[in-house]
Design a protein around this ligand. Structure first.
Ligand SMILES: C[S@@+](CC[C@H](N)C(=O)[O-])C[C@H]1O[C@@H](n2cnc3c(N)ncnc32)[C@H](O)[C@@H]1O
Length: 213
């Protein structure tokens, strides 16, 4: 009889498989741990890098970019795909400034475009369509972001949404908070729409990976 797998054990195993990162990336991870800032972390970040490489993404738009940790994974993928642009959007000036510093030290300042703004509005204003859109905004606003994303993702493009498990709150029937309802509704809409091919990958806090069919 195999031993029951523990959630933490699985997540540590996934994180341990991620290749070594630059000291700057490590410092960003340490800062998140010390301040409880919710970055995607190495396993989900590396998966984002892998998906962006798999589809040859050259144009990536991030909604809710923080101080640039997830941005760094996408910028690496776009660079390794031959170049392009990654849009870093956050509504906080200070986080945007910190992201500029980190991403410049990583050598990605030529790839990343910075905007201090509400992210869904910024996406609606952005020119052209994107190969990959990453959504990590406040969870109650997930459902309202979907029509804008649908208008900005090219056919065959990929949407990645963080926090699809929402620290287990999606399983708690008593949890009717706006944030939890937002995560549940976006998941239901993506999974139930034949215009999307969607899977929920249980990496860290859950990534919804949805291809625009
Ligand atoms: C979860 S953190 C981002 C972490 C980042 N994606 C990473 O993994 O490194 C989300 C950030 O986006 C900001 N944010 C949330 N909703 C937003 C919105 N609608 N527009 C712009 N920024 C938003 C939050 O204040 C926070 O700084």
């Amino acid at each position: 009889m195999p031993q029951k797998m523990q959630w933490g054990q699985v997540q540590r195993h996934l994180a341990a498989l991620v290749p070594e990162r630059e000291a700057e990336m490590r410092a960003m991870e340490t800062h998140a741990q010390e301040t409880s800032f919710p970055i995607v972390g190495p396993a989900a970040g590396h998966l984002c890098y892998q998906i962006a490489r798999m589809i040859g993404a050259r144009r990536v738009f991030e909604l809710g970019s923080g101080y640039g940790y997830s941005t760094a994974w996408f910028a690496r993928a776009v660079r390794d795909n031959g170049g392009g642009e990654v849009h870093h959007v956050v509504w906080d000036e200070d986080l945007s400034a910190r992201a500029r510093g980190h991403l410049a030290r990583l050598g990605f300042d030529g790839i990343v475009r910075f905007e201090v703004s509400e992210a869904v509005e910024a996406l609606a204003r952005a020119e052209g369509t994107f190969d990959l859109i990453f959504n990590d905004i406040e969870k109650e606003h997930y459902p309202a972001s979907l029509p804008v994303i649908e208008g900005k993702l090219r056919p065959g493009g990929v949407l990645i949404v963080d926090n699809a498990l929402w620290h287990g709150r999606v399983f708690d029937r008593a949890d009717r908070s706006k944030a939890t309802r937002g995560v549940r509704e976006l998941t239901r809409r993506l999974a139930g729409d034949p215009g999307w091919i969607t899977s929920l990958l249980p990496v860290r806090d859950g990534l919804l990976v949805a291809m625009r069919a």
